[in-house]
Structures are given as structure tokens and as C-alpha cells.
Design a protein around this ligand. Sequence first.
Ligand code: COA
Length: 181
Amino acid sequence: MDLFRFFAIIKYFFMSVAIYPGTFDPVTNGHLDVLERASKIFSQVIVAVSADNSDKKTAFDCNARVKLLLENINEYKNVQVDSFHGLLVDYAKDRGASVVVRGLRAVSDFEYEFQMAQMNRHLDSELETIFLMPNEKYFYTSSSLIKQVHLFGNRETKLVPDNVSIALRKLSLENQNREGA
Ligand code: COA
């Protein structure tokens, strides 16, 4: 590889603003693992919480999901948290981002991620999607599974940060009180 190309690649990563989008209902240690990896690669990472993902009925409203994330990013000086409405490609353009970061866990993620990346490329060919693998201990977790264990099973996992554990405990109590009333 010639020197020019080498520096172009280095510049691409270290000068790029990356968006890490998701529903984050709620943020898990797996998400934070991906975020930490992204923060070491890109000059700025914006965690973008989708405010209107119509496919999912969320346990936490958008403000709560943003707050749970904000409480976990103090150690990363180049990470911000924001929420967005509408299409991801439009939000990325508004924020001057050239890269979308997505976590890729098991093979089962691939089909969905592939479709999403292709659609985003169709909508904006300048926006690149980059996949990062979390630590394998998070390969088989997801927000829905974690919610099931905490909310319906009344058990705790070590798969979420402390503030999320507390928020899930509170939500579980609220649900129980509502059902008992
Ligand atoms: N560790 C643990 N779990 C992880 C994970 C990790 N590293 N990475 C992903 N997951 C899980 C999440 O917990 C979530 O689990 P759930 O389905 O049980 O809730 C699942 O994988 C996927 O969630 P997430 O990464 O939050 O993505 P999403 O599919 O909810 O979000 C958007 C998708 C918001 C990025 C997408 O819908 C979007 O861009 N919306 C905006 C509208 C738009 O532009 N649409 C066109 C897109 S082509």
C-alpha cells in the first residue's frame, strides 16, 4: 500500500464522526462494549437513540433511554448521546457523520443488518456502515431477553450497567403494583 493511501485510511477513521444508532431499550453491557470500541477508532461518536422506531413497543420512553445512556458515558470524552426522529441517513447528514457503527453478534444478526446497511447505502451512498463485534460474552444477549429476565422473572443479570438494573427493578415494581391494584 502506498503512503498516500495509508494516510487516507488513517485520516478516514481518526477524523470521522460516527453514529451508533439503536433503540437502546435499555442500553446493555454489550452496547457499551461496542461503544467503547468505536470511541477508540473514531474522533467523535454520537450514540443516536431512535425516538420513533415503530416496530418496537419500548419499556422506557426516549428520554429515559437517553438518560440511562448518558449516565454511562462519563469516561468517554469523544462520545455524545442524542435522540433522533425520522430516517437515520437524514440525521447522519445533519450531524456531519460519514459512518454508521453497528454491533454484529451472532450470524443471526447478519441478514437484518445487511438489509439495513444496503437500504441506508441506497438512500445515501456516502454513508458507510461499519460492523464491530462485541466481546463474545455478549453474543447471545439482547435488550428483550434481558427485560424478560428482569421484569417477568424478577431475576437480575450481570448484562446491564447498575443504573439499568435499578431502572428495571423500579419498572418491575411499578408493573406489579399496577397488576395488584
Ligand atoms: N449487545 C447486546 N444486545 C445488542 C447489541 C449488543 N452489542 N447490539 C444489538 N443488540 C440487540 C439490542 O438489544 C436489540 O435487541 P431487541 O431487539 O431484543 O430489543 C437488537 O439487538 C437490535 O437493537 P438495536 O441495536 O438497538 O437496533 P434496532 O434494530 O433496535 O435499531 C435502528 C434500529 C434504530 C438503527 C433503525 O431502525 C433505524 O435506523 N431507524 C430509523 C429509521 C430508518 O432510518 N429506517 C430505515 C433503516 S434501513
